[in-house]
Design a protein around this ligand. Structure first.
Ligand code: ADP
Ligand code: ZN
Length: 236
């Protein structure tokens, strides 16, 4: 199973990915988390990436695509994986398709999560994360605060706000999404891979409901494909 989580910053990609990752027993690969880990390690790639991330800009394709290809060459993705936050440009989408084709694989679904813009901005600025890069738990100061302020429920690590979640960079990220990332959805349109849905607290479409819908969609798609295969067999 290969799943792509797509959508604007704070759309809920990571939350839904967590649920699908358990359901299908496949790892989630978040390019944002990978970059943050490189940054906290003080590695070269982290230093370079941080120049862009701190401004709310995309990390250049050359760096990002190489990093993802390397990750997708590891053993634990053999049965499938979820990409959270990649591809974010048409170039990245093309390179991913090329890479998967070389390995005789294909994307099962690109999930596009939508939410009203004010809600996104509110989620971004209220978001807090656990600083421990092995934990990465995500909190929301209003909807899902930690039990003890400033301390992670899961690991006891410190809870911080990402620099790029502060208002100015957050606004920048939303406009970068509209300009550079939104066109990726057109790239997938018409290939029977794109599934668009809304995750919104205000509309009472929470992550469990959204995830259940995606699972239903994937079940149906599987049945349909099996049916197609049977018909093809009969015609032989
Ligand atoms: P969110 O989905 O909340 O915006 P992420 O953790 O996915 O945040 O990404 C944080 C930052 O990392 C992005 O704003 C961008 O600078 C960088 N980044 C992550 N994924 C990519 C990508 N596929 N291409 C370029 N930059 C990326
Ligand atoms: Zn933690």
């Amino acid at each position: 199973m290969i799943i792509i989580m797509f959508g604007p910053p704070a759309a809920g990609k990571g939350s839904v990915a967590g649920i699908l990752s358990e359901k299908y027993n496949i790892p989630t690969i978040s390019t944002g988390d990978m970059f943050r880990k490189y940054i906290s390690n003080g590695s070269e790639i982290g230093k370079k990436a941080n120049e862009y991330i701190s401004q709310g800009q995309l990390v250049p394709d050359e760096i990002t695509i190489e990093m993802v290809k390397e990750r997708l060459s590891e053993n634990d993705v053999k049965n499938g994986f979820i990409l959270d936050g990649f591809p974010r440009t048409v170039k990245q989408a093309e390179e991913l398709d090329k890479f998967l084709k070389e390995n005789n694989r294909d994307i099962d679904v690109v999930v596009k999560l939508e939410a009203p813009k004010e809600e996104l901005l509110e989620r971004i600025t209220n978001r807090r994360i656990c600083k421990n890069s092995d934990c990465k738990a995500v909190y929301n100061t209003k909807l899902n605060p930690p039990k003890v302020a400033g301390i992670c429920d899961k690991c006891g690590g410190p809870i911080v706000q990402r620099d790029d979640d502060k208002l100015e960079s957050a606004l920048n990220r939303l406009s970068v999404y509209d300009k550079e990332t939104a066109p990726v959805a057109d790239y997938y349109k018409g290939t029977e891979r794109l599934y668009t849905t809304t995750l919104s607290e205000r509309e009472n479409r929470l992550k469990d409901v959204v995830s259940a819908d995606i699972i239903k969609y994937l079940d149906l798609k599987k049945k349909k494909n099996n049916g197609k295969r049977n018909i093809e067999d009969e015609c032989r």
